[in-house]
Ligand binder design. Sequence first.
Ligand code: C6P
Length: 411
Amino acid sequence: MSKALEVQLDVEKIRSDYPILSRKVNGQPLIYFDNAATSQTPNQVVEAIVTYYHQHNANIHRGVHALSQEATDLYEQARKTLQKHFNAAKDKEIIFTAGTTHGINLVASGFGSFLTADDEVVVSAMEHHSNIVPWQLVCEKTGAQLKVIPITEKGEWDLTELDTLITEKTKIVFVNHVSNALGTINPVEKLIQKAHDCGAAILLDGAQAAPHLQIDLQQLDVDFYTVSGHKMCGPTGIGMLYGKEDWLNKLPPYQGGGEMIDQVTFEKTTYAPLPQKFEAGTPNICGAIAFAKAIDYLNEIGLDKIAAYEHELLEYATSQLLAIEGLKIYGTSAYKAAVISFNIEGIHPYDLGTLIDKMGIAIRTGHHCAQPIMDFYRIPGTARASFAFYNTKEEVDIFVEAVKKAKSMLS
Ligand code: C6P
C-alpha cells in the first residue's frame, strides 16, 4: 500500500495496530468509513484491557488490599492523563462518565434543579439529539425557554441574531464543537465569549472534535466539555465530562449511591468532594484506564498530524465525490472535520449504504441522530462517510468507484 498523501503518517504501520482492518466483509476487504459513529480500537488499547483484567482487577477507593490499591492508582492516573491531554486546571474537574450522552444529561439534570420559567437556554439547530432532548426535558420540568441558533445552507451557525438569542436571561448555552452530521468545525470561541458576557454558562459537546483536534480547555475557557472514549480509539461505555470546579460544586449530584457520599444518616447525607460526587457506584475502571491508553496512543501519533492527514483525505474524497453527477454534499463549510454527508439525486441513502456494504464498505446512513438538520435541508437522511487517520487514499478511490457502481445499479 503506498504512503498516503502529503502529510506523512506511516499509515501502513498504524494499520497493523488494527486487526479488524484486515478482515473481509461480504467477501471484500473491509473499508471502514464510519469513524464518526465509533472508531476502531488498536492493539495497544485492547492489551491495556487484557492486562487490567489479568493483573489488576479489583474495586477501587475502598480496599486496603494490594490489588485494590493498584486498580485505584491506575484509575486515578487515567484521570491525570485526561487532565493533561485536555489541559484542565485540576484533575478533580475530570469526571468519568459512560460517554457524551451521560455527561450532557448530568449537566442538564443539574441545571434542572435551579432553572426557572424566567430563564432561557440556548442550543443550535446543528445538535445531536443527545444535546437537544436532555435540555427539552429540563425545559418541560422548569418552564425555561429553549432558543435555537439557526444554521445556514452551508451548514454553519447563523449568528446574525446572536444578540437576541443570547441575553441576560440565558443561563446556559450548549452546542457541539464539531457537527457529527455535517462535519462543520464551529467557531466556538465566539459563543463562549458571548455566553460569558451575558453571565451564562456554556457546554461544548466535543464528541466529534476531541478525536481530531487538540483541545485546550483552559484556553477555550469553556464551562463544560463532554467526550466519548469510543470515538477516540478507546472502548465503549467510557467518556469524560469536564466541568470548571466552581460549576461542578454548584451542581447537585446526578446519581446517589456508593462512593459519592461523605456521611450517610437517615436524617441527612453529605456528599464526597469532586470528582467522587459525580461518580456514584463502581465506575468503569477498566474503561477509564483503556481510554487513557487510547489518548497516549493518539498523542504518540500526534493530533496535529492526525488532523492534517484527515483533512487531506477529506479534500481528496470531496473532490472525487463531487465529480459524480447528481451528488450533493450537505455541510460545505471551509472548516470541516473529515465527515462527508451526501445524497445522490433520486437514490435513497439507505439503498446506497446497503449496496456498498455488499462491497465491504461501512458508512452510516440516515438522520445521524440529528433530525433537525435533515428537516432544515428537507431530506430524510444522508449517506455519511467519516474518515480516520488509519484510512487511505486508496480506500477513498475504491469507495468512490463503489458509489458510482451503486448509482448505476440504482438509477
Ligand atoms: N454520534 C454518530 O454516528 P455517545 O453515544 O454518548 O457516545 O455520543 C453521543 C453523541 C453526542 N454528540 C455528538 C456530536 C455525537 O456525534 C454523538 C454520537 C454517533 O454520529 C452515534 S449517534
